[in-house]
Each structure stands twice: as C-alpha cells, then as structure tokens.
Design a protein around this ligand. Structure first.
Ligand code: PHB
Ligand code: FE
Length: 328
C-alpha cells in the first residue's frame, strides 16, 4: 500500500470503495463496503464494519478503558495506562495453541491517533457508532461523507456531580437531549432542595432517571458523580455491548430498569464461565479476572460503579487484593 505518514499515522490513498487503509506496527487495517480486514504477520481476521466501528468508537472515546477491550474473540487492546497492547488471538485458546497470536505494544498517543484516523475515515455520514441500531442509518456501502459530530461527542465526566454549578449540566429539550422513545414514561420532575441556612451553595441533587431517559447514546458509561476514585458511571443500553470487556479490577453493576443478559467468560481463554440475566433491582459484582458482554432486548438503565484507583490492577494481579469483592 502507498503509505503516507501524518503525525505518526500511516495511511494509504483511498481504495476503490473510498476508504483508506492503515498500518500500525505489523498490523494492517482495511475496509470495503461490508467488512473490515485486520492482518498481522501470522494471521488475518475479518469483522462486520458496523461491529468494528462500534467497538473502535468505545475504545477511542474511553481512552482504552479499564483493562482489556476485545472487539470480538480475536482482536482488541489492553490498557497499560501510558502504553497500549494491540493484540490478535492473544486471549483466544485456539489461536494461542496454534501459535497464530500476535501482540504489539504502542505508546498511547500513537495508537490513539491511528484509531481516531480509522474511525473518522471509515464512519459514513449515515452511521452513528454510539446509537442503537434502531436509531442510526447504515455503516455499509462505499464511503459517503463523515460523521464527526457523532464520533467526537462530549464524554460526560463529572468532577463532583451532574447539576453542581460549574460541573456537567442536566439534560433538557433546550440543550438538545430529548426523552428517548423507550423512556417516555420516566417522570421528569426535579428534586426540591431545602438546605440548612448557610449550606445553600453546598447541597445539590438531580433526577438520575430523568437524566438517563435523555441519553442519546448506548453502551457508554459516563461519570455522573465522583467521590475520590469511586465513580458512578450509569449508561443506557440497547442491543449488544459492542466490546467484550476484560476486567483488571472489580466492577459493580446495578440494574436500574428493564433487563440485560450477560455472557461471562474466562478473561484469558474465552472459556464460558456464566450466563446471567439481570432484572431491574439486581446487583452484581463482576470479578476482576473475567470478561463480559451484555445484551439488552429493550433500552435499559444500568449503573456501572467503578473504582478508578491506578493501584488496583497491580494489587489484584499480585494477590494483595481478592478477585471477588464479596464472599457469600
Ligand atoms: C463494562 O464493560 O462493564 C461495560 C461497558 C459499557 C457499558 C456497560 C458495561 O455500557
Ligand atoms: Fe466491564
């Protein structure tokens, strides 16, 4: 491929379908009307373009997230918080046994710039990788325009809490966040705040259900409150979590509405470990050594509770902290 390098990103001229190809280390990425093709020295792999772009969008927006982001059972990334592994077949028993797996480590800015360039070039005007399939047009076909507004959305990361002056604002029709079609029954009232005299500027509250009912994205945990490293990251879910997330710490899930099916697997081999249906009100602690993918038949509200301490992966892998946060 005729490669041109812009700020470290290696890209070719557009192919007959209008899409550039990219290379990063010994990996290459190309797409046509339906599929994405990933190649490495010992193998190659194909994914549907919509699934690939949905996964890539999360990896980019979440800055490689906590631990492992599997795009599917073969390719993905591991975040080392400063550098990132890009792998193929590394966490797949069959690829490992056949010695077809491959891993390369990159400085975070280089892999981020490359992934951003792929996402921007391969996302057509009709496709929103964050939207539910019902609320977006097609990812397929020859290249037609771009969708920079969708792929560069502001990520909500409250420093203290949504609705606190100077922090993330609440959502409303006026700010362009309409109530989702599946949450039309969610009450939109706001809490009344009655502070003791002298504490008026220090007490705050907002209606989390109303806030979530106006989310325009799916499978995108956003920080709505932070207490030191303890982050409440609720999200609205519909269809399939576009990544299989491999944990490097424990995560708590609180199912706030409706239902989500979870597939839980061994993080390193992909062996099935549990099938789980979470119903409204259920609470789960996902262990620190699993990977999981969720399926939401109808838009639902999920609270993901994360501890963002940078010490956790080391404490858990060295055995100083348990894999399970609770024993029954
Ligand atoms: C997770 O990997 O725990 C996760 C990711 C995105 C979501 C929900 C859960 O929307
Ligand atoms: Fe997870």
């Amino acid at each position: 491929m005729a490669v041109e390098t812009v700020r470290g990103v290696q890209a070719s001229e557009p192919n007959v379908h209008g899409y550039r190809s990219f290379s990063l280390g010994e990996f290459t990425f190309r797409r046509d009307e339906y599929f994405v093709y990933v190649k490495w020295p010992t193998g190659s792999h194909l994914m549907s373009a919509d699934a690939f772009l949905r996964a890539l969008q999360r990896d980019v927006a979440w800055q490689f997230f906590y631990g492992t982001v599997n795009f599917d059972g073969v390719v993905g990334t591991v975040n080392h918080y400063g550098t990132v592994d890009l792998f193929a077949g590394r966490y797949n028993d069959a690829y490992r046994k056949a010695e077809l797996d491959h891993v390369e480590n990159f400085e975070t800015p280089l892999i981020m710039a490359t992934f951003r360039a792929i996402l921007e070039d391969w996302t057509n005007a009709s496709f929103d990788p964050f939207a539910s399939p019902h609320e977006t047009g097609t990812a397929f076909g020859p290249k037609t325009g771009d969708n920079k507004a969708a792929i560069n959305r502001h990520r909500v990361t409250a420093k203290r809490m949504v609705a606190v002056p100077g922090d993330e604002p609440v959502r409303s029709d006026a700010t362009g966040f309409r109530i989702n079609r599946q949450f039309l029954d969610v009450p939109q009232d706001a809490p009344e705040i009655i502070a003791e005299p002298g504490f008026e500027g220090e007490v705050n509250a907002f209606n989390l259900f109303a806030y979530l009912s106006r989310s325009d994205v799916t499978w995108n945990p956003s920080v709505v409150s932070a207490c030191k490293n303890s982050l409440y990251c609720p999200t609205t879910e519909e269809y399939i979590l576009p990544i299989i997330h491999g944990n490097d710490r424990v995560e708590w899930f609180v199912q706030l509405s409706d239902e989500i099916y979870w597939d839980v697997e061994n993080r390193d081999t992909g062996a099935v470990r549990a099938k789980d249906l979470m119903k409204a009100g259920d609470v789960a602690a996902m262990p620190a050594n699993i990977r999981h993918q969720g399926y939401a038949p109808k838009r639902s509200m999920l609270l993901v509770w994360e501890n963002a301490s940078p010490d956790l992966p080391g404490l858990i892998s060295s055995g100083k902290l348990p894999i399970n946060p609770v024993d029954f």
